[in-house]
Design a protein around this ligand. Structure first.
Ligand SMILES: NC(=O)c1ccc[n+]([C@@H]2O[C@H](COP(=O)([O-])OP(=O)(O)OC[C@H]3O[C@@H](n4cnc5c(N)ncnc54)[C@H](O)[C@@H]3O)[C@@H](O)[C@H]2O)c1
Ligand SMILES: [Zn+2]
Ligand SMILES: [Zn+2]
Length: 370
């Protein structure tokens, strides 16, 4: 039976997100209905709003960093049952694309998606769900393989962070780069994603982890998450500062530089702060018109002479079925900090305030508790 609930919806381009009554249909074959318990507010939700849906049809239910309980399972779903605690993955591998077929599901081209089963109550309009999730809601329907079971002792208001910010950041360090032990690492942007890169680099035993941000509070938090050095990019040139901190008689530089701001210039900086043969990782979500400029021939920092690589990280190149329980386990063992990431607990009514806070305030993650 369809359930009535509430969801935070973008109704039209340029308008604020609003809380609306919705009808959530029964899960279809291979799908599950989730009663959402908690959802982190990731910068990508704000970007989707700012980019007027980024190609998704309106109305759009926001939210993609969610955890909750299975409420009902669709036909053919045998690995989950009502009451199971789960974190929702937005990149459960499709099992059909060239990457999946060659046995490399971490690089799946497109994720499994459910049918759109959330309707606005007032007019029955079918809603898009951000990244196939739509977790700023009391209920949502997702593909059953995207609902990853959590250990029963895992608190869901922390587990939700694993769904995007944490798996993206930790995965960027562990999978995309991957960071080797003893490496020198720089992380530009210390929000929910960047602080998770710092944690990932710490877990991979990087010897130097240099946090770069424009806010002092972020840099203070970065130290708590494992940064060995900090650079305030508003006070000094980030590239020069990182090179100086890594001076080794060979012009310094880091083996791995991560961009986690969403600003194209940060990716350019990441490339320019590399040591010979280093790898820069672009994580931030670009607008269609965003471009970067890379010099090839400068003897010190040009991509050619410095033999630099640029990689792109989508959701930490994760395999959610493996990585989500692994990350939950690290949290339960005290090796992954999640409690410290939740700086604000809010309700479904407060999403616009959380967006404003994300742009102007001192926040790592606002978590909506439903
Ligand atoms: N690729 C992926 O799979 C993926 C996943 C999640 C998020 N994202 C994207 O990653 C980016 C970061 O997300 P978030 O949720 O951590 O955002 P956030 O807003 O929490 O953090 C961004 C941080 O960048 C800092 N910053 C801004 N301008 C800066 C500058 N010029 N130099 C240094 N630091 C600067 C801010 O102070 C803030 O601490 C966003 O673009 C988001 O859309 C991508
Ligand atoms: Zn996200
Ligand atoms: Zn695939």
């Amino acid at each position: 039976m369809a359930v009535e609930g509430k969801a935070v919806i973008l109704e039209n381009p340029g308008e604020p997100a609003v809380l609306r009554d919705v009808i959530v249909e029964d899960p279809g074959p291979g799908e599950v209905l989730i009663r959402v318990e908690a959802s982190g507010v990731c910068h990508t939700d704000l970007t989707v709003k700012n980019l007027n849906g980024n190609g998704m049809p309106f109305p759009i239910v926001l939210g993609h960093e969610g955890a909750g309980y299975v409420e009902a399972v669709g036909e053919g779903v045998s690995h989950l049952q009502k009451g199971d605690p789960v974190v929702i993955a937005y990149r459960a591998p499709c099992e059909r694309c060239p990457a999946c077929l060659r046995g490399d599901p971490r690089r799946c081209y497109m994720a499994l998606r459910p049918k759109q089963r959330i309707k606005r109550k007032s007019d029955g309009a079918v809603c898009s769900q951000v990244l196939r999730c739509g977790t700023f809601a009391t209920h949502t329907v997702v593909h059953s393989k995207a609902a990853i079971k959590m250990p029963s002792e895992m608190p869901l208001d922390k587990a939700c962070l694993i769904a995007c910010g944490v798996v993206t950041g930790v995965g960027a360090a562990m999978n995309t780069a991957p960071v080797f032990y003893g490496a020198r690492v720089a992380v530009i942007g210390c929000g929910g994603v960047g602080l998770s890169v710092i944690q990932g680099a710490r877990l991979m035993h990087a010897k130097q982890i240099i946090a770069v941000d424009i806010k002092e509070k972020k840099l203070e938090w970065a130290r708590n998450f494992g940064a060995t050095h900090v650079v305030n990019a508003q006070k000094e040139d980030a590239v020069a500062a990182v090179r100086k901190l890594t001076e080794d008689g060979w012009d310094g530089g880091v083996e791995f530089a991560f961009e986690a701001t969403g600003i194209p210039a940060s990716t350019e900086q990441a490339v320019r702060m590399l040591a010979y043969g280093g790898t820069a990782v672009n994580i931030g979500f670009p607008a269609a018109s965003d471009e970067i400029h890379l010099n090839l021939g400068d003897m010190a920092t040009g991509v050619y002479w410095n033999k630099a690589s640029l990689r792109v990280c989508h959701c930490g190149d994760c395999l959610a079925s493996h990585d989500f329980p692994f990350l939950a386990g690290l949290y339960l063992k005290g090796e992954l900090k999640l409690d410290e990431m939740v700086t604000h607990k809010i309700t479904l009514n407060d999403v616009e305030d959380a967006f404003h806070e994300m742009e102007t305030g001192d926040v790592i993650r606002s978590v909506i508790v439903i």
